[in-house]
Design a protein around this ligand. Structure first.
Ligand code: MG
Length: 257
């Protein structure tokens, strides 16, 4: 007996399950709200990135610099802060000036269990589920850390995909947020016009870059975010300003279609 051809096998094969499993909204609904794509930042947006987490990352990253460059702690601390100020991410300076392997450096920098340190607003999973549309994570943190935090928050399954700094290497260079090259790539992958895409973030410069490409913007105000205190009011490139994810669901804080 002759078996099915390669084409037939492809047609007969069950559809890849991951999309449906992770898709939070029924695909049959076609309102503009259900087409909306939410790009969520992680730290100080979906969870309160406590001082304990920042301290753990700082400590591990300084250790990573010590081990990569064989320098003392004082010099490692100085370089870590310098590259963070210069490039927005220490890893970029480490790759550019010292040729270290980005993935290995990031793995070493985040080699701790964030689970006991994660805090968020109450009922986050239910609130997120009530928000209609596709949800995608867009974080400058490494994948393993991001997955651990989302898992701890009980919301990992609500995201159809996760973008972490591991995916932000364009033409051999790390391009984290607010890189417009990165955001264009994300938009192309999302397959929706920018006006259907909303970036939810605590960092204003990332929102500014998103708005330049035509996305909608939600500023999650967090007092712990650097420079957030400089803007007492809402910036021109911010559509909605909230202090929790739950506020996105209610009254005047809801984003208009
Ligand atoms: Mg953030």
């Amino acid at each position: 007996m002759i078996g099915p051809s390669a084409t037939q096998r492809r047609l007969l094969a069950p559809a890849a399950p991951h999309r449906a499993r992770h898709h939070p909204t029924p695909l049959g609904r076609r309102s503009s709200a259900s087409q909306r794509v939410w790009l969520f930042d992680l730290d100080n947006t979906l969870h309160d990135c406590s001082k304990a987490i920042f301290d753990a990352i700082d400590h591990n990253m300084t250790q990573a610099v010590i081990e990569a460059l064989d320098v003392d702690m004082g010099e490692a601390h100085r370089l870590r802060v310098r590259y963070w100020r210069l490039y927005g991410a220490t890893v970029i300076g480490m790759v550019r000036h010292h040729g270290v392997d980005a993935a290995a450096f990031l793995e070493r920098s985040h080699r701790f269990d964030p689970a006991p340190l994660v805090h968020s607003e109450t009922g986050l999973a239910e609130k997120l589920r009530a928000l209609k549309g596709r949800k995608i994570l867009l974080t400058n943190a490494p994948m393993q850390y991001a997955r651990q935090v989302l898992k701890t928050l009980g919301i990992l399954q609500q995201f159809e995909s996760l973008w972490s700094i591991d995916h932000m290497i364009l033409q051999g260079r790390i391009k984290p947020k607010p890189s417009s090259a990165l955001m264009k790539q994300v938009l192309a992958r999302v397959g929706q016009p920018a006006s259907n895409v909303v970036l939810v973030e605590d960092t204003l410069k990332n929102l500014k870059a998103a708005r330049k490409l035509g996305m909608k913007t939600v500023h999650v105000f967090h007092p712990g975010t650097p420079f957030s205190g400089l803007h007492a009011g809402r910036s021109a490139y911010v559509d909605v300003r909230v202090n929790s994810i739950g506020r996105l669901l209610t009254g005047r804080h809801a984003l208009r279609d």
